[in-house]
Design a protein around this ligand. Structure first.
Ligand code: GLY
Ligand code: MN
Length: 467
């Protein structure tokens, strides 16, 4: 974890930003059973709890008192029975000292503090709970019925947490760079292993193993698929075939749970066909355009649309789209080929703070998620600010069922050559994703070295592994 000063500063700053007063209640996560209570999923602490306390252990909660400035950490010291099974652990008092909290109490005591605040008419701030068990916990300590919890979410707290977490400090950026280095190792391993006859699962297992060897594991379930047109494809059973493309979308968490998220698409044969190269270079140009344009003050929605314009121009040059590309993007016609957004924030979550609510994280009073085709899938549309970390992940996908649907409905028929698009069914999909930091004057790509990205870099890297 960072030094205790970091966590003391973050909590003081959060208290300062929640001007309405009251108490802030922060439940950490608990172990979650797979198939019986003692067989648990990999433990993942809540990211806001991690941000404010840095403690990655189950069974903790905290209260920040805005008026008094006091922080209380609630957790139980281990019993001898626990120690027999889990080994010795630091005392709760010691854990508190690591993050600058002097007042530590047993977990069961949090209810008294919250009940007292409710009795005095003080505002009890909490974020939207995303795990059922924390809904029950919050309901128990606040007295609010579970279905009513969503009516009591503190918007002020949500905005304050987002305003802190959305700008990464230098020490956080260094951690994200470490996550990117793990990502580099994962993706170059995939390139090394990718060849005809290999089963997707072999690559998925190897790269997820690297995430565990070098950090805290993957930042999301890896996508390793020859059918890259299926956006979140978690099936790993295909045997790689000559002439196909393999799409790998994968990232890691450092031991402090900062994330990376990269996507590369590579030719199973080691060399792209001319047809694959044409599509690949359009996606790469859209990725480069986003890096060219991203700077403080720009709406990420506009950068998404500029990247989509590059896609539409390229697809028009190939005769897959037609008409004026700018008009096509205006009507959302590019969404047939890229039905997702350009990117999302990244930090302690791979989709940073998505639990808090997209309207506070990716949008604001100025920008709201549109329902219009072409922008409706964009997770983040608001203005960029120095310190923000974003993914840039344009793609082109040929989804047979989607092409058939648009064709049958005649949707954007003036901008799509459906017969030509159908010729690409079976092509798969291409996505190229890098991570970007907004700096004072522009942006910088994260990662000490970029995962091979151009056609030449990917082919040369794959060739060097086959010698
Ligand atoms: N890399 C997976 C996602 O962004 O959804
Ligand atoms: Mn992503």
């Amino acid at each position: 974890m960072f030094s205790s000063d970091t966590y003391v500063w973050r909590r003081a700053e959060l208290r300062r930003r929640v001007t309405r007063g009251g108490i802030i209640v922060l439940p950490g996560n608990v172990e979650s059973p797979v198939n019986y209570p003692n067989n648990v999923y990999h433990f993942r602490q809540d990211s806001t709890f991690l941000y404010l306390f840095g403690l990655s252990l189950p069974g903790m909660a905290a209260v920040l008192d805005i008026e008094s400035g006091e922080d209380i950490l609630f957790a139980d010291d281990l019993s001898m029975d626990d120690i027999i099974w889990t080994g010795p652990q630091p005392s709760v008092a010691e854990l508190g000292a690591r993050c600058g909290v002097r007042d530590t109490r047993p977990l069961g005591k949090i209810k008294d503090v919250v009940t007292d605040a409710v009795r005095r008419g003080r505002k009890v701030h909490f974020l939207p709970p995303y795990r059922a068990v924390n809904k029950l916990f919050l309901s128990d300590i606040t007295g609010i019925e579970v279905p009513a919890l969503s009516n009591h979410i503190s918007v002020e707290l949500a905005l304050a947490v987002v305003s802190l977490r959305d700008k990464k400090s230098d020490e956080e950026i260094a951690e994200i760079e470490n996550a990117c280095e793990i990502g580099y190792q994962m993706h170059t391993t995939a390139m090394r292993m990718c060849r005809p006859g290999v089963v997707e699962r072999e690559i998925a297992g190897a790269i997820e193993g690297i995430a565990l060897q070098m950090g805290a594991g993957v930042s999301f379930t890896s996508i390793v698929s020859q059918n890259g047109e299926t956006l979140h494809n978690h099936y790993y059973g295909n045997t790689l075939e000559e002439g196909r493309l393999l799409l790998v979308d994968a990232g890691a968490e450092t031991v402090m749970n900062y994330c990376s998220d990269f996507t590369r698409t590579m030719p199973v044969s080691g060399r792209f066909t001319e047809r694959q190269k044409d599509i690949y270079n359009i996606v790469l140009a859209a990725n480069a355009r986003a890096f060219e344009l991203s700077e403080p003050g720009k709406l990420y929605r506009d950068i998404h649309l500029e990247a989509c314009l590059v896609l539409a121009k390229g697809l028009t040059d190939l005769g897959i789209m037609k008409g004026d590309p700018a008009e096509a993007v205006d009507k959302g016609a590019h969404a047939l080929f890229m039905p997702h957004g350009l990117g999302h924030m990244m930090g302690l979550d791979v989709h940073d703070m998505e639990d808090i609510g997209e309207k506070y994280v990716g949008y604001d009073l100025e920008t709201q998620r549109s329902t219009e085709l072409g922008v409706s899938a964009l997770r983040m549309g608001r203005r960029l600010q120095p310190g923000m970390v974003m993914t840039v992940e344009p793609g082109i996908y040929f989804i047979p069922a989607y092409i058939a649907k648009w064709k049958a409905e005649g949707l954007n028929a003036g901008f799509i050559d459906f017969d030509r698009a159908e010729q690409y069914c079976g092509f798969g999909g291409i996505r190229i994703e890098d991570d970007l930091l907004i700096t004072e004057n522009g942006n910088r790509m994260l990662g000490k070295r970029r995962v091979p990205a151009t056609v030449e870099e990917v082919e040369d890297f794959m060739a060097s592994c086959r010698q």
